[in-house]
Structures are given as C-alpha cells and as structure tokens.
Design a protein around this ligand. Structure first.
Ligand SMILES: Cc1ncc(COP(=O)(O)O)c(C=O)c1O
Length: 235
C-alpha cells in the first residue's frame, strides 16, 4: 500500500481488497499510525483500499478535493445532514420539490432534533433571500434536476445568496450524473449522489457518494464511521 492508501499495483483492473481488518507489522508502525505519521485503513468500517480508488475517481469527476462513498444514496444524504447541521441550533432550507425520502427525513426527523426546517418553492429566490435574512440558515439542500419532475435550480445564484449569509449549499446531483453537471464548480459546497442510479449504471449496486472539500468531507466521514455506513468493497 502506498502513501495515503493508494494501491501499489500495475493491474489495469482495480484489485478488490475484501479483508475487513489490516495488520500493523510492528508496534513501531502502530505508534506511527496513532501519531498520524503512517497511513492505515485499520478497519473496514473506516475505509478500504478498493473503495478509496472509487472515491478518488468520483473526486476527479466532480472536481472535488475529497469524496466519501457510502452504502446508499440515503446514507449519503443522512450522514451529510447529521454531520453538518447542529441539533438544537441548525436551520435547513429545502424545497417542496425534492426527492421524497430526503424531504421526509428533513421535515419529519431533523425537526424532531430541534433543527429548524423551512420549505420553499424550488425557484423562489425572493423567499430564499427572506429566509437567509433571518441570519441562522446552516444549509440549503435540494436535488438538481429534481426527482421526479426533472426541474432545475440556478445553483450558482443559490450558492451566491447562501454564501453571502454563511450558509452551505448541498446539491443532490443524482439525475444529472457528473457527466452533465458538476455542482462544486458552480458554487455548491457538497454534492451527493445516489450512485445506485447513473454512477453504478447497471441496476445491480446500492451505493451513494458525497464530494466536497477535505474539511467538510472529513466531518461527514467521522459521522459515517459511527453510522456504520461503509460500502462493502466487492459491491
Ligand atoms: C435523487 C435521489 N436521491 C437519493 C436517492 C436515494 O438513493 P438510494 O436509493 O441509493 O438510497 C434516490 C433514490 O431513488 C434519488 O432518486
């Protein structure tokens, strides 16, 4: 294994590392790992060399510093919201037109954690400005294009408005795929996918992914370790 977990192999096909637990060859190696001087995946719930190759490929597609691959698209959405929106103090703005399970999680479950939730019409920028003026918005969340009606939002404008008021922007870009839209390049802070759809492409894999800056993805990664949302490498 190379630096930062890159796989040392000249195989054209990426080897599937199915082991769940990784050796430390000596106490010296273990101490170096604990002190942050040596990389190890340590345990499969925290990461895996095969999954890391996929994460790096998705980062390249999305022009992201970092990507976390998860066990499903909903896992990606829930881990992102739990990691980035503080219970009891956060405020999520989302849209009435949005993937139904994400909308239900935000409306029913986040609100029970003391998180304020505001729904706006997809392209109602005047209401978005008014809500942002309250000064407490943590994160704006929507799909673009939306499921099921394939409506789009002006991501660049939304990001400008949100950043001006200190709010993050998370876009579910599943139905565009990274081939047609790269939300991070036009201002979004986080892009999520149900990789079950176009990224996997063959109706035989359930997966999700989250891309963004190193700083944001490492916060979400830490949460996902607790949620146990790791994807199995043979997937
Ligand atoms: C736009 C969108 N986001 C997220 C999801 C959830 O993804 P998954 O089924 O992989 O958990 C779906 C699933 O249909 C979806 O269409």
């Amino acid at each position: 294994m190379g630096k930062n977990g890159a796989m040392d192999t000249d195989s054209i096909a990426t080897p599937i590392v199915s082991g769940t637990t990784h050796w430390f060859k000596s106490s010296h190696d273990l101490i170096a790992f604990k002190e942050g001087r040596r990389h190890s995946f340590e345990y499969g719930r925290y990461g895996n060399p095969t999954v890391k190759v996929l994460e790096d490929k998705i980062s390249a597609l999305e022009r992201a510093e970092s990507t976390l691959v998860t066990s499903s698209g909903m896992n990606a959405i829930v881990a992102t919201l739990l990691a980035l929106v503080p219970p009891g103090a956060g405020h999520v703005v989302t849209t009435t037109e949005c993937y139904s399970e994400a909308r239900a999680f935000i409306g029913d479950k986040l609100s029970k954690m003391g998180i304020k939730v505001t729904f706006i019409e997809l392209n109602d920028m005047e209401t978005l400005k008014d809500v942002l003026d309250q000064g407490d918005v943590t994160l704006f969340y929507t799909d673009c294009p939306t499921n099921p009606h394939l409506k789009c939002i002006d991501i660049k404008l939304v990001a400008e408005l949100c950043h001006h008021k200190g709010a993050l922007v998370c876009i579910d870009s599943t139905l565009a795929s990274p081939m047609n839209q790269k939300p991070l390049t036009i201002g979004a802070d986080i892009v999520v996918h149900s990789a079950t759809k176009y990224i996997a492409g063959h109706h035989d894999v359930i997966a999700g992914c989250i891309s963004g800056s190193d700083a944001l993805i490492s916060r979400i990664r830490a949460w996902n370790h607790d949620l146990g949302g790791a994807i199995s490498p043979p997937t």
